[in-house]
Design a protein around this ligand. Structure first.
Ligand code: URA
Length: 433
């Protein structure tokens, strides 16, 4: 039996823990035998001392072993792909990528999470679709990936249960932003979720965990290595999260933008990321196609309507109404007006994310209810020329008072200058094993 204070002390003093010790620690925590306060001290020791790569792998493995694992490959007899983002503002990428990949004949199975704070969660966005069920049993999840080629569901309570507790604990003990802990948390869920090949969208910038590119690349490396040790192929796309992705921030607004993208009418930065992630997934899949061919299949699926048809099949299979007209709309729409002419130098992702959160699009606390109709449409973005009186953004709100407060917040997120800023691409790098 491990002595937890001794493990905390060893890590605090820069020592190393064995795989068995980490396994006992996580199992004991998942079962409620080891209290939060000891894990909080342990996470803080890790925060300052770090984990070696052997320890990071052992922690990932230990987390996985606290719950069930899904064998999608065994069940389907085929390679299944998945995509994950480290979290951003306006990030509805998976909702467009899943149907594109499925339309190209590659099974896509994703277990997803909810949003907390200024970043939104894929499940919350999907729940703005009337009737859509995110809570499928593991068997329903597998059956749907087999029959429809695509499922995005909430992780079952028993998928990496130790991470659920640990993530909530890290959130309130200032121990989230550590490479090893983030990598183990994300990769344990991805590995347990059963996909063979995973594209990770590692965000960097104002609205991301990682503020500097070098940090995002390091996180990507750690996750790619964890994937390799678990026999999963992982590619990381490093993407810019200084400004919100696309125009829409807020649940139903983001679903509309994902649908527009599947129709070939998406905003440029979002389309670039969706196309890159989809291309990488096809290149990793069992289609056996090189990158150029993968890219042309992705373009074709959008152009010929098959990606949109895959979206409709998927939403219908999970009980939702795929028709855009069924999505909720906000009763108040208020424009944010440019007080001066110039060029948008930057649009702070965190501020826009917080404005959406204050409108009710997100949760401050994990039990908060979400208002799916509200949010922000950023009509002008980085580099756009504006004239005095132009609409910079649209606030979709439940009432006038919350619209006015959000309009002030969003106006504060715009930095306008006289010169056009240097162009920046949403995709900063692609890292393969
Ligand atoms: N997302 C996760 O799932 N875990 C982390 O630690 C950070 C982001």
């Amino acid at each position: 039996m491990i002595r937890v204070p001794e493990l905390i002390e060893r890590k605090r003093d820069g020592g190393e823990l064995s795989p068995d010790e980490l396994a006992e620690l996580m199992l004991g925590y998942a079962k409620g035998e080891i209290p939060d306060y000891q894990l909080a001290a342990f996470c803080m020791a890790v925060f300052f001392r770090g984990l070696s790569s052997a320890e990071t792998y052992a922690l990932t493995d230990a987390l996985i072993r606290t719950g069930e694992t899904v064998d999608l490959h065994g069940a389907l007899g085929r390679k299944v792909v998945d995509k994950h983002s480290t979290g951003g503002v306006g990030d509805k990428t998976s909702i467009a990528v899943g149907p594109i990949v499925a339309a190209c004949g590659v099974p896509f199975g994703k277990m997803s999470g909810r949003g907390l704070g200024h970043t939104g969660g894929t499940l919350d966005k999907l729940e703005s679709i009337p009737g859509f069920r995110v809570e499928l049993t593991t068997q329903e999840f597998i059956d749907q990936v087999r029959s429809v080629g695509l499922a995005i569901v909430g992780a079952t309570a028993n998928l990496v249960p130790a991470d659920k507790k640990l993530y909530a604990l890290r959130d309130v003990t200032a121990t989230v932003d550590n490479y090893s802990l983030i990598a183990a948390s994300i990769m344990s869920k991805k590995i347990a979720g059963g996909a063979d090949a995973i594209v990770l969208d590692v965000k960097v910038g104002d609205g991301a965990f990682m503020k500097a590119r070098a940090d995002a690349e390091r996180l990507a490396d750690v996750m790619i290595n964890l994937g390799r040790r678990a026999s999963r192929e992982v590619v990381a796309v490093i993407s810019n999260m200084d400004d919100p992705l696309g125009h829409a921030v807020g649940n139903a607004l983001e679903i509309r933008e994902a649908i527009a993208t599947l129709r070939g009418e998406g905003p440029e930065d979002f389309v670039q990321l969706v196309v890159e992630a989809s291309t990488q997934l096809l290149a990793l899949s069992d289609l056996g196609v090189p990158r150029d061919e993968a890219r042309s299949r992705v373009d074709q699926a959008i152009a010929d309507g098959s990606a949109l048809a895959a979206y409709e099949r998927w939403i219908g299979a999970q009980g939702g109404k795929p028709d855009e007209a069924a999505l909720p709309t906000a009763p108040v729409i208020r424009k944010v007006i440019a007080p001066r002419a110039g060029y948008v130098q930057s649009l702070g992702a965190v501020q826009v994310g917080n404005a959406a959160l204050h409108l009710g699009a997100g949760r401050r606390d994990k039990d908060d209810q979400i208002d799916h109709a509200v949010g922000v449409l950023c009509l002008k973005k980085h580099g756009d020329a504006i004239a005095t009186g132009d609409a910079l953004a649209e606030i979709h709100a439940r009432d006038m008072a919350s619209a006015a407060a959000a309009a002030d917040e969003v106006l504060g997120a715009y930095e306008v200058g006289d010169e056009a800023p240097r162009e920046h691409s949403v995709i900063l790098d692609v890292i393969t094993a």
